[in-house]
Design a protein around this ligand. Sequence first.
Ligand code: PLP
Length: 295
Amino acid sequence: MAWRFALVIDPAAAGDARTDFGDTFTPIDVAAPALSVGEMSTQRGDGIFESIGVVDRHAQEVGPHLDRLAHSARLCDLPAPHLEQWRQAVAIAAEHCPPEGEAVIKLILSRGVEHGPTPTAWVTAAEAPDNSAVRDRGIRVVTLDRGYGIDTPARAPWLLLGAKTLSYAVNMAAIREAKRRGADDAVFISSDGFVLEAPTASLILRIDGRFVTPAPNGGILHGTTQLSLFAHLEEGGSETAYETIPVTDLEKADAAWLVSSVRLAAPIRAVDGRELAVDAELTASFNRYLLTPRD
Ligand code: PLP
């Protein structure tokens, strides 16, 4: 039986000066019902989340994930999360992970129960899926129109395009469509022809020896894995850049990856049926780096 752990958080105000938040956490029985009827996260997907990779009990990049949780909360008009409180909740969840191997910690901040006084918040930990095959063999992707222009996020911020909201039904539908087309995953394209991101990962292309990723102001999530990998590449002397990338540039890439916190770096083997070489050695070095403890 796969192991799981969960605790509910009584969210503290962002300005709370306490240093120990232990009494605001309630571990819960993962097999028992835990959410109230009327919970907005389940009724409307009205909330935000983060998925943090865990390696040998070390939660990776907790600071960047908490910063993005706070960013998503701002975009969604949710109360600012108390970052130290969430950090302590993550630490408890990490302690409940096995001493060896990969796990995933999820942070959820929901608008709460309809007409209720506060948001609802909880943290879970569970075994990570086995991603060794996608890291080694790679994945086939198809491009899918997201239906928004590259300037839509600036014109229509209420679409919450840069927030990691709980409303992932569209992202999951895109992956199903990619599978119907014989691929493993999708890469979203803006309606005016720019490359964006995958439904659950960031895209990195290598073009003329430079590592390029779509600029986050185009309505995509700023991935913590891409950020960390770019810092690592820059340290090693490689050139990196955020750019507005036309879809025609996909053909210029001599290697490409989808990267995210739990899957880590998955090399792309084909785009819309066109084969792409996998740089197996570089991919292995990316994943070795991503599996080392990172803060
Ligand atoms: N883009 C989307 C839409 C995602 O859902 C994710 C992760 O789930 C990412 C990018 C990658 O983000 P991270 O590297 O922080 O996991």
